[in-house]
Design a binder for this molecule. Structure first.
Ligand SMILES: NC(=O)c1ccc[n+]([C@@H]2O[C@H](COP(=O)([O-])OP(=O)(O)OC[C@H]3O[C@@H](n4cnc5c(N)ncnc54)[C@H](OP(=O)(O)O)[C@@H]3O)[C@@H](O)[C@H]2O)c1
Length: 301
């Protein structure tokens, strides 16, 4: 099968379309014929070697952590899904014609494959972050980095839970944030003052999604490091702030919740741009620029 692969650390130019052996579903897994696969910053953080001390890459390496498609193999012990089902979920090496998923949910009929291909990572990350930061209905959450994939999902899941969200993004994206239900403000100097004007009684919790080095500022605004959580700044523990990574047990529950909210019209995923598999390097370059609105998705078939 065709798959995206790289054999050395580097920029998007190291990505090649190659012929590799097809993967097969092991116990508790399904294999899908991939229709679409989301691009995530973790793809290029691994590719460039940024994460080499934490998650070293074994070469040759595949790319991608999520996809949508049609189940064509069901592993031992898997129940509730059959060959032919349309699903989306989390796996590895998903920028390929076939991929193995370790957790999945049934794709709603009205959800396009390209949306489903980019929904798994953001749903799982957003719901995990909201649960772990411990914010609840009636409270106010500050989201630093609200216009990307994870931020967009956080806003919508939080609004659905009755949480008020203040989200940071550059000014041209403020209408986008409003459309998702957040109160927008710009990031950069003076953030605390702008947030105070928007919510004089203060914010109850903050999520650092952009990882832009503002954890101390977020702690000042919230008043308690245990109510601040980062998913992208490895220095978080030095500030007494939790760093959240890796899916929790039963990530499929978050995927099912994403599918359910989508069907109810409470969750949307803006796909900024799609690319064919052969242009995965261009897709990663766009992600590396750091200003994606919603998600970038690779359409495989
Ligand atoms: N730990 C985990 O479990 C986990 C899971 C998923 C993702 N992550 C990490 O979380 C981060 C976000 O992921 P993502 O998929 O949402 O990324 P993304 O979609 O690429 O995020 C792009 C967004 O970041 C915004 N941004 C850039 N600089 C900013 C700043 N200084 N302040 C506020 N917003 C800023 C941009 O808005 P503007 O264009 O307006 O600047 C853009 O809309 C990445 O570092 C990723 O690796 C961690």
């Amino acid at each position: 099968m065709k798959a995206i692969n790289y054999s050395e650390y580097g920029g998007p130019e190291v990505l090649k379309v190659v012929d590799v052996e097809e993967p097969h579903a092991g116990a508790g897994q399904v294999r899908i014929a991939v229709r679409a696969a989301g691009v995530n910053p973790a793809d290029w953080k691994r590719m460039t070697g940024y994460l080499r001390d934490i998650f070293p890459v074994e070469f040759p390496a595949g790319v991608g952590f999520e996809a949508s498609g049609i189940v064509d193999e069901v592993g031992e012990g898997v129940t509730g899904v059959a060959v032919g089902a349309a699903v989306f979920g989390l796996g590895v090496d998903t920028l390929a014609e076939y991929a193995v998923l370790s957790s999945w949910a049934v794709k709603p009929d009205d959800m396009p494959f390209e949306v489903a291909g980019g929904l798994a990572v953001v749903s799982e990350t957003a719901l995990r972050s909201l649960d772990q930061v411990g914010v609840s209905a009636g409270q106010t959450l500050l989201v630093s980095g609200a216009a990307g994939g994870v931020g967009s999902a956080v806003i919508q899941f939080a609004r659905h839970r009755g949480i008020t969200v203040i989200g940071t993004a550059s000014t041209p994206k403020h209408d986008y944030l409003r459309g998702l239900g957040a109160i927008p403000t710009t990031y950069g100097p003076g953030l605390a003052e702008r947030v105070r004007e928007l919510t004089p009684r203060g914010v109850d919790a903050a999520l650092d999604i952009a990882g832009s080095g503002i954890i101390p500022e977020l702690i000042d605004m919230v008043g308690d490091p245990s109510r601040v959580l980062s998913i992208s700044d490895f220095s978080a523990p030095e500030h007494g702030v939790r760093f959240s990574t890796s899916p929790r047990e039963h990530p499929e529950r978050a995927l099912a919740e994403g599918a359910r909210l989508y069907s109810e019209g409470a969750l949307r995923l803006h796909v900024e741009k799609t690319f064919p598999l052969a242009q995965s390097g261009e897709a990663q370059a766009l992600s590396m620029d750091g200003h994606v609105t919603g998600k970038i998705v690779i359409c495989v078939s």
